[in-house]
Ligand binder design. Structure first.
Ligand code: FE2
Length: 304
């Protein structure tokens, strides 16, 4: 049995002090937005409670699907790297970027490059599929399990939080899924934006979600994990190799208030069984503000 923990949309707080020259364009709007309300929603104490629960439960691997930072300030990337390090070593944690991690164009040395050890293939994955020069998709293989990590993070205009994979990444995704399927591995796709229709509008959605869904249907995958919507969602897509479960997870740092879902992560227990795979999802959510983490859902996603 392999246990994979999935969390997303960390939106690490507190926000570091920003220099005046760093607050231009989209960042200026985001800065106002943050101080007017978002800082009350994304709380460090909530994230710390959830993080501690994950670490104590010792999953085999942890996947973080983006939006680690808020405005893309260089100091935010440094702090997010420290948080990743606290979560686990790079061989135990895989990260991909979200739209907030590409909030503005930034020199790579000051941005996601600081998370590079967490955003690259491992030897077993590289032996199967070479990582392209663009960095995505990259593959991490752990025995029978293969993580296919994508980047849908692109800089956008203010008030737009859309994403895109692009034709080159999509083409490589198809080839990777085909090869990993031939090897009879349990394929888990990691992507920040919900990659199927009906889950977000044009301002927030994945621009090439139809093309993604076509690839998924043609080549198959067993599980697709995403964030971005800060909601627990589950969509099943019928593919050439059987059903693929597309699961979104709430933010890992949101305080429980009104209609905002409690901060949560999901554990996936994956096991090879006769004739296929069994996969059970266990939701673990913060039960009250700053309080304990409890099991909030248990669901068998597939049994063969
Ligand atoms: Fe997002």
């Amino acid at each position: 049995m392999f246990t994979l923990s999935h969390l997303s949309d960390i939106h690490l707080s507190p926000m570091p002090r920003a220099r005046r020259r760093e607050l231009f364009g989209k960042r200026a709007l985001g800065y106002v937005n943050w101080h007017r309300g978002r800082k009350l929603v994304h709380r460090r104490d909530i994230l710390d409670v959830l993080t501690r629960d994950i670490i104590e439960r010792k999953p085999d691997h942890i996947a973080v699907t983006g939006d680690l930072v808020n405005l893309g300030l260089p100091e935010e990337f440094v702090r997010a790297a420290e948080w990743l390090h606290h979560l686990g070593t790079p061989d135990r944690v895989t990260a991909i970027p979200g739209n907030h991690d590409a909030y503005v164009r930034l020199h790579p040395d000051h941005g996601t490059k600081l998370w590079q050890p967490y955003m690259q293939s491992n030897d077993a994955g590289e032996a199967l599929i070479r990582t392209p020069i663009t960095g995505f998709p990259f593959i991490r293989r752990f025995g029978d399990i293969a993580l296919v990590a994508l980047s849908s993070a692109i800089p956008t205009m203010p008030f737009i939080a859309a994403g895109r994979l692009g034709s080159a990444q999509r083409a490589l995704l198809g080839l990777a899924l085909e090869e990993l399927g031939r090897q009879d591995l349990f394929r888990v796709i990691l992507i920040h934006h919900p990659p199927v229709s009906g889950l977000s509008n044009w301002r927030r959605g994945l621009r090439d979600r139809r093309a993604f869904t076509k690839i998924l249907k043609e080549h198959g995958a067993e599980l697709v994990l995403h964030g971005h919507n800060h909601e627990q969602t589950l969509v099943e897509v019928e593919t050439m190799t059987g059903p693929a479960c597309v699961v979104g997870v709430p933010s890992a740092s949101e305080a429980v208030a009104g209609r905002i879902p409690a901060a949560r992560y999901n554990d996936y227990r994956i096991e090879r069984v006769k004739g296929g795979w069994a996969c059970e999802m266990l939701g673990r959510a913060v039960s009250d503000v700053g309080g304990r983490v409890c099991e909030s859902e248990r669901r068998l996603l597939r049994e063969r």
